[in-house]
Write a protein of this length. Structure first.
Length: 370
């Protein structure tokens, strides 16, 4: 099935906003492929009937705000839960002027029976860790299950399940590159700075032990559409450390331009997060610059190309590995290694991931028909 000229509903656990993760990037690219894309935000706290609003920055892209008729349906018996969820589904699809070709859910907490949307194809696409039995129900009722982590996929009994890596937006592959005007070493960190998975002690240690390096943090360190909670020590670092610059939330095109002038990057998840940190959305954006990344353990990349990036098994080794890479950037940022990283990022563009998903949809539908 070609994902062109279709009507697509994306169910996202994060609302539309300045900060983009996988759901937002897929929505934009699908809209640019001449699909009518409806982005269903999480439920509103106050009661409201479904409202469709065009997202002016992108043609063919709309967001839907709504609240459920009945709160707490997931705690009800399955038959009753399904009844009330079908009521909400009917309210939502009545606002969409065309029959759905695809319902594409990134959120197991809502509408586990995707067949109730009566779309030609239903896709469950967990890109995050979910600690709920609801995800198994969502996976079992989908035509296709896709994930960025083989560890996540292993949990689901659906035979039509496939690994598709995170994607990298076109803007990161084609943006105008920034240039350095001095010899200052700059390290970039992009992501939700209120994420519970961030290893704050390790991050603080690295910043403190490398005063000669300028650390640039891009991402929400206040309330945002990505959620999370504040940390006093981290907030103090942003305001008091002389070698730290906090840029806050930036639009994807601003991020792409900004990071192109950095010398290297840092990923700093807590140890023992398991499948929660088995992949990272921002890694491919880093790799698109060609520059080296120093990272905590990301199991998806365990057997990937050597020197694609530098990761440690335990975060106790992260500060020393960071220092070692910073002292040998001529090697880690050699022309050949940079070209390898750029090629890897290009092979994982959202456009190419959508082409892979098109093929998987065709395969799964033919198997189901057979």
């Amino acid at each position: 099935m070609k994902l062109v000229g279709k009507t697509i509903l994306i169910i996202s656990p994060e609302p539309w906003g300045t900060n983009f993760v996988s759901k937002h990037h897929y929505a934009v690219l699908l809209a640019k492929r001449n699909n009518k894309v409806f982005f269903l935000n999480p439920p509103q706290k106050k009661h409201t009937n479904p409202v469709v609003e065009a997202i002016s920055a992108v043609e063919n892209l709309y967001q839907i705000n709504y609240s459920p008729r009945i709160q707490g349906t997931n705690r009800m018996p399955v038959w009753l839960k399904n009844y009330f969820q079908r009521m909400d589904i009917q309210r939502i699809i009545k606002k969409i002027p065309h029959a759905l070709d695809i319902v594409w859910s990134f959120d197991p907490y809502r509408f586990q029976n995707l067949r109730s949307f009566r779309a030609a194809v239903s896709v469950f696409h967990p890109v995050d860790f979910f600690n709920t039995s609801l995800e198994f129900e969502a996976a079992s009722r989908a035509d296709l299950v896709i994930s960025v982590s083989r560890e996540i996929l292993a949990k689901y009994p659906n035979p039509h399940k496939y690994f598709i890596n995170h994607g990298v937006g076109e803007v990161f592959l084609t943006s105008i590159k920034g240039k350095k005007n001095d010899g200052k070493l700059r390290c970039g960190y992009v992501g939700n700075l209120r994420s519970f998975g961030l290893d704050i002690p390790a991050l603080l240690k690295i910043v403190k032990e490398n005063p000669e390096i300028e650390f640039h943090f891009i991402g929400p360190n206040v309330n945002s559409n990505l959620g999370g909670s504040a940390n006093e020590e981290l907030d103090a670092m942003f305001t008091q450390s002389k070698n730290v610059i906090a840029h806050g939330s930036l639009r994807p095109e601003e991020v792409a331009t900004r990071i192109s002038s950095f010398d290297f990057f840092l990923i700093c998840y807590r140890d023992n997060l398991g499948e929660i940190a088995s992949n990272s959305h921002k890694l491919l954006e880093y790799l698109s610059t060609g520059k080296v990344v120093v990272s905590s353990w990301i199991s998806t990349y365990e057997s990937m190309t050597p020197h694609l990036f530098e990761m440690v098994k335990n975060n106790s080794d992260l500060p020393s590995r960071f220092k070692e890479v910073a002292s040998r950037l001529d090697f880690y940022n050699s022309e050949s290694l940079q070209e390898t990283r750029k090629a890897f990022a290009n092979d994982n563009s959202y456009e190419k991931q959508i082409e892979r998903i098109e093929e998987l949809i065709s395969v799964s539908k033919s198997k189901s028909a057979g």
